[in-house]
Design a protein around this ligand. Sequence first.
Ligand code: TYM
Length: 327
Amino acid sequence: MPRVFSGIQPTGELHLGNLLGAVRNWVEDQHRSDSFYCVVDLHALTVPSEPGSLGRQTMDLAAALLACGLDPEACTLFVQSHVPEHSSLGWLMQCTASFGELRRMTQFKDKSQGQESVSAGLFTYPTLQAADILLYDTDQVPVGEDQRQHIELTRDLAERFNARFGETFVVPSATIPRDGARVMDLQQPDRKMSKSSSTDAGIVFLDDDPAVIVRKFKRAVTDSLGEVHHDPEGQPGVSNLLSILAAATGRAAEDVAGDYRQYGPLKADTGEAVVELLRPIQERLRDLRGDPGTVEAALRTGAGKASSVAAGVLDRAERNIGLLPRT
Ligand code: TYM
């Protein structure tokens, strides 16, 4: 069975982009691969947050992932800081990456732009992400399109380390879905849907009320062409709706486009499809929020399973690089 690893930051609530771009595929992958999914709380420390809020957000995200269908019997769900090997291998990766290649990361450029103070951790963020992935001898990394560059860097670092110190890491590949890989903001369809957007009107959160979801789609920004084509360059708003409807119903966006001539029905049907997609998730989430014991138990078991794999791979990396073995 292939080994799968992916991660998600506990910053802000889970949104439709996370679900369609990544988490839905994790739920499918858990039944056909040996899957590890990680709430990357250490990555969340790279940007400022309210003191004391991170633990709460980590619990809430873990509950949301379980509500989406991750099954602790079928996959390993855990919190990054509970497995200290991530930080240890992160340092080895910092010493493998070059300053120049980290400076070229578009996520760093986006997130640091206009900020008064930028943490060193935000700059070295992709090296910790590489460590996350390489620690599990990962074959496949299911992510949205925005993570492609980080996975490419991870591959480069693994190959460089292997070339310098001998076969140590499995070189992983990104798996990116056909539809839903880049869900755009409903109000600004030239920007991806993101937790850091300034307004909520363009973001569909996992626990938005059905009426709110329908209204957000009704008010989605389109264009004045009056035609329905899947053309992300020329018609970004309309194409975003088509991609969401396609991803939610398991069809191809080009196919879905043939069903519509007007924007009104397209917006209404997309809103309805998303409400239906989220309904069972929202029900489970309500239950899990009232049952923190179940979430904590899943994370405890997950950390144990993750540690047993991570310890072996870290040991291999430390030995190959030439650190003095512990006796
Ligand atoms: P994060 O927390 O920003 O996002 C989690 C996952 O959701 C996907 N995603 C999207 N997909 C489609 N459309 C969107 N608008 C959208 N927004 C987010 C992301 O591509 C991602 O798959 N650096 C990572 C976390 C990470 C990680 C890892 C991922 C840390 N270590 C190791 C994979 C493997 C991040 O910030 O994702």
